[in-house]
Design a protein around this ligand. Structure first.
Ligand SMILES: [Zn+2]
Length: 376
């Protein structure tokens, strides 16, 4: 073997060794990235619901936003099957009750099963565990999605009865519309006064803008954003980001046992019912921005499971041939909800559970598993 052959052999062997090293270290990195299994549980869970947000809505919002979306921050992505107990097409009440209580129920049911029997919600369970809890919505706070986490009623339209149910749970933070169900009631009960007696700092659109309020960290907080339904975002409603930031700040302060928060972008659904693409897109972009804020907070916090999904799609909304980046050609098949599967995005401890295809009720079970609660 001459010198140049020996040199070549050394070169080949050292290349093989370094190649091996690279492979091992890459495997180690992959294992480390896939295994936040060191966490035995998630301290906090944040569930974000874009009501009526199917893939069409999400994609339209993304294209209108310069082809950018904060949903690209997620890597644990799945699909849920969203039928109601006795109907392939769910409404928001049955859809939210599936997330809140883990049961399939009939359309219109708020926190009750298919026999109209009350089922404890994940928010009520969190309260019992000494955790902090919150609800934020761009509908009234007694509307189907937020209501299903705190109230029990056989009929979603029983708004005054649903508002009364807020008096039975020590929810720490809530923001949404519908002040009339609290202080202009047919039974003349003054739930504003009751909330203050129960230790709430209670404000509304009439007393101050949400952004101007200093929240007392030692009190529970409630803010009513409108007499009835809040305006669409395009007509001046602008509180979802502010309310979500204040909710997270309030609930994470001095909370050794963690918190549960549900945030709803309520009116993506209303744009679908109205068959108005512009309405869907403006609501979608607002929700996307808030998802981006919460995702960044979740990444920093490292103890929080964040789940973002919808209850159902609304409108059979499609992006059609002829669409360009600057101008979408859209169509609708319906002015109601449709039955397509719905994407689920998760990050944080136990987020890998949300990969795959499963029933909407499993979202409840997966959130409980993340908290380390025994499944029932
Ligand atoms: Zn709807």
């Amino acid at each position: 073997m001459n010198h140049s052959k020996i040199f070549l052999l050394v070169l080949v062997i050292s290349a093989m060794i370094s190649c091996n090293r690279t492979t091992i270290s890459e495997v180690e990195k992959t294992v480390a990235a896939a295994a936040p299994a060191t966490k035995t549980k998630a301290k906090n869970v944040i569930l974000m619901v874009g009501d009526g947000m199917g893939l069409g809505q999400l994609t339209a919002g993304m294209i209108a936003n310069g082809n950018k979306t904060n949903f690209d921050k997620f890597t644990a992505i799945g699909l849920h099957k969203n039928s109601a107990f006795n109907d392939l097409i769910t409404d928001s009440a049955a859809g939210a009750t599936a997330f809140a209580c883990g049961v399939k129920t009939y359309n219109g049911a708020i926190g009750v099963n298919s026999d109209t029997v009350a089922v404890k919600t994940i928010l009520e369970e969190a309260e019992e565990m000494g955790m902090k809890t919150g609800l934020v919505a761009t509908s009234t706070i007694v509307h189907a999605t937020p209501a299903s986490f705190i109230a029990h009623d056989p009929k979603r339209k029983n708004y005054e009865a649903i508002a009364l149910d807020f008096m039975d749970v020590d929810i720490d933070f809530f923001v949404g519309g519908g002040s009339k169900y609290f202080n202009q009631r047919s039974d003349e009960k003054d739930l504003y006064a009751q909330l203050r007696t129960r230790g709430y700092q209670l404000e509304d659109y009439f007393s101050a803008e949400l952004e101007d309020i200093t929240i007392d960290p030692n009190k529970k907080f409630a803010y009513l954003t409108a007499i009835d339904s809040p305006l669409p975002q395009a007509q001046g409603r602008n509180y979802l980001m502010e309310a979500t930031q204040k909710a997270i700040e309030h609930l994470s302060h001095n909370s050794p046992n963690g918190f549960f928060l549900m945030v709803e972008g309520s009116q993506i659904d209303w744009g679908g019912h109205a068959n108005k693409a512009d309405y869907i897109i403006s609501e979608m972009i607002e929700f996307d921005n808030v998802v981006g804020y919460v995702a960044d907070w979740t990444k920093k916090d490292q103890n929080t499971l964040l789940v973002v999904t919808a209850d159902h799609e609304t409108g059979g909304f499609a992006i059609q041939k002829g669409s360009t980046q600057d101008s979408l050609v859209t169509a609708f098949t319906s002015d109601y909800h449709t039955g397509v599967m719905i994407p689920v995005f998760a990050m944080g401890p136990f987020s890998e559970q949300f990969i795959g295809i499963y029933e909407n009720t499993k979202i409840y079970n997966k959130m409980r598993t993340a908290y380390g609660w025994k499944d029932e």
